[in-house]
Structures are given as structure tokens and as C-alpha cells.
Design a protein around this ligand. Structure first.
Ligand code: SF4
Ligand code: FES
Length: 202
């Protein structure tokens, strides 16, 4: 076992665990959005940032992808962590202004407005890729993909072409942290592949 400290509390972890996994194992709360224990972590949202300190040296890392190591000193609630968390939540409020889930999470951390510009008032998707990862790694279908790049990056069908491989299992809706996939499926009512066909046509 590997021994280190989180918020001054001595914790034990198995080799290969991340800081986030260890924190959860010991009941220490770190907020997350793009992480789900059933699939591989991507480090996409940066909400799970924590501070590593050693003497006068410190750095911020994404806890969901940071591997544990002997003697780490992890802090989950320092001023630096709170600042970066607020900054990430402001960015998410601007990216997903129509998501009640994001608004509720931000409010929990006293973030109720954003300094960043929102380009689409109806947007709910933060393009975290969790829906695509669960479809690929758990369902084994890869009916969803992140298509395009940069500011045009979005959720769609593989190669941005309509697909009929979706079996409407709903796994993507269940894991989506912003409610974006739910809105898409609500609008198609019982047509298993229509949602992805719509996405591909976007
Ligand atoms: S639909 Fe949901 S899970 Fe998929 S990328 Fe968008 S926010 Fe993430
Ligand atoms: S939960 Fe770690 S980066 Fe999103």
C-alpha cells in the first residue's frame, strides 16, 4: 500500500490508484463532472483540481488523473484550489448556460455569474466526452464520438455520419453530468437512432 496525506489525514492507496479514487475511498469530497468510476478518466473538465505541496513548492493537478505516490501532501480546499474551482465553474456557466445541473453545481460553490462570454444561450453540453466513453468502454458500441476540433468540437455520431448501431440503452443519458443527452433523447421519443442522427446532422 502507498501512504500519503490528504488535508492532513493519513490515507492508504493501492498502487495505480489516483488521488481522487483515494479521496473517495476515505470519504473526502472533491467535486467532479467528467469523471465516472465505470470508465477511464479523461481530465477534461478540471473541476477536480487539488493542490500538491512540498515545503514552499506547490502545484495544482487534476485529481482524477493524478497517480498516488508515497509521501504526497494533497490539499483539497486551499485558497488556490477554491480560486481555480470558481474559475472552472465560471467557464462552465458560459459554456453551458442552459444546463440546470451546471448552474446548481456552480451555486453550491457560490458561483452565480460568469465573466466569460457565452456563445450559445441554449447550450447544455460541455463536450466532456463521458457519453462517448461509456458507449465505447461499457456498452461496447462506439455509437457516439467527439467530432470536429477546437471551438467546433461537439458530440456526434462517428465520422459525423448517421449511425444505426445505437440500441437506445440510455447509458449515455445516465452518465451525462449536464443533462445534455437527456434533452436530445426527450426530443425524439422512442426513435432509438434518431437522436444520434440529429447529432450527426448538426
Ligand atoms: S452530452 Fe453530456 S456526457 Fe456527452 S459530452 Fe456533452 S456533457 Fe459530456
Ligand atoms: S473530474 Fe477530473 S478533470 Fe473532470
Amino acid at each position: 500500500m502507498i501512504t500519503f496525506k490528504i488535508d492532513g489525514q493519513q490515507v492508504k492507496a493501492r498502487p495505480g490508484w489516483t488521488v481522487l479514487e483515494t479521496a473517495r475511498e476515505h470519504g473526502i469530497e472533491i467535486p467532479t463532472l467528467c469523471f465516472h468510476p465505470a470508465v477511464s478518466a479523461s481530465g477534461a473538465c478540471r473541476l477536480c483540481m487539488v493542490e500538491l505541496r512540498e515545503g514552499t513548492w506547490s502545484k495544482l493537478v487534476a485529481s482524477c488523473i493524478y497517480p498516488v505516490a508515497e509521501g504526497l501532501q494533497v490539499h483539497t480546499d486551499t485558497e488556490r484550489v477554491r480560486n481555480v474551482r470558481r474559475w472552472v465553474l465560471e467557464m462552465l456557466l458560459a459554456a453551458c448556460p442552459a444546463s440546470p445541473e451546471i448552474a446548481a453545481l456552480a451555486a453550491k460553490y457560490d458561483v452565480v455569474r460568469t465573466r466569460f462570454t457565452s456563445h450559445d444561450p441554449d447550450q447544455t453540453c460541455m463536450v466532456c466526452g463521458l457519453c462517448a466513453r461509456v458507449c465505447d468502454e461499457v456498452v461496447g458500441l462506439s455509437a457516439i464520438a467527439i467530432v470536429d476540433r477546437g471551438v467546433h468540437k461537439r458530440v456526434g455520431a462517428p465520422f459525423a455520419k448517421p449511425t444505426d448501431i445505437c440500441v437506445a440503452c440510455g447509458s449515455c443519458v445516465t452518465v451525462c453530468p449536464t443533462g445534455a443527452m437527456q434533452a436530445i433523447f426527450d426530443s425524439v421519443r422512442g426513435e432509438p437512432t434518431t437522436a444520434l442522427t440529429q447529432l450527426a446532422a448538426q
